[in-house]
Design a protein around this ligand. Sequence first.
Ligand SMILES: [Zn+2]
Length: 229
Amino acid sequence: MKRHIISSGVCLSTVIALAGGPVPTPPEVQTAVSQAAMTPDAALSRLKDGNARFVSNTAKRRDLPAKVMATASGQFPFAVVLGCMDSRSPIELVFDQGIGDVFGVRVAGNVVNDDELGSFEYAAKVGAKLIVVLGHTGCGAVKGAIDDVKLGNLTGLLAKIRPAVAEANCGNSKDDACVNRVAESNVRRAMREIRERSPYLKTYLDAGKVGLVGGIYDVATGKVTFLKD
Ligand SMILES: [Zn+2]
């Protein structure tokens, strides 16, 4: 039967579908039109829906090489995400996004610095509608900050997290709840810094053209919990 279909010139995806297998998702990519139509709320919903798919193991099947070709001439991402470098929290995977969908900025402890602010400003300039600061549970950088680790250039990075340690009143890096409290405080501080240290972004945020949200990714469940104001 299958040999007959192939000899009839039916494409492979049809053969798979007829055989009862999944049909590959056609390559949909962000365009100038889809990006312009996006709102900050819609961008957030899109990320929430993507994370729900990730958690339930129903992530979209993507033809990534086709998306590479479809985005070769330009990109129109709808969001920019600042996340930790932790290997367990890859941005596109945990939000089930494809090529050309989101700008990703990753650094240990998802701390804010001038280069990142410039990156967010660029993202806003070219049409991204949402800035997400994504911390995570069990963060090694947060633990290092709690322990006041000194190690080369890492010392300066961890110093950026120390105010969150003080704010969360945490002194024990073995206490998971305490570590996660610092992670949340660190995300909230990053959100404040983005608004306060970038007058350029503040105009977008105040006008409602761009949204700013924080979230915590749970490395044990895969779920992102967005923070309440
Ligand atoms: Zn981390």
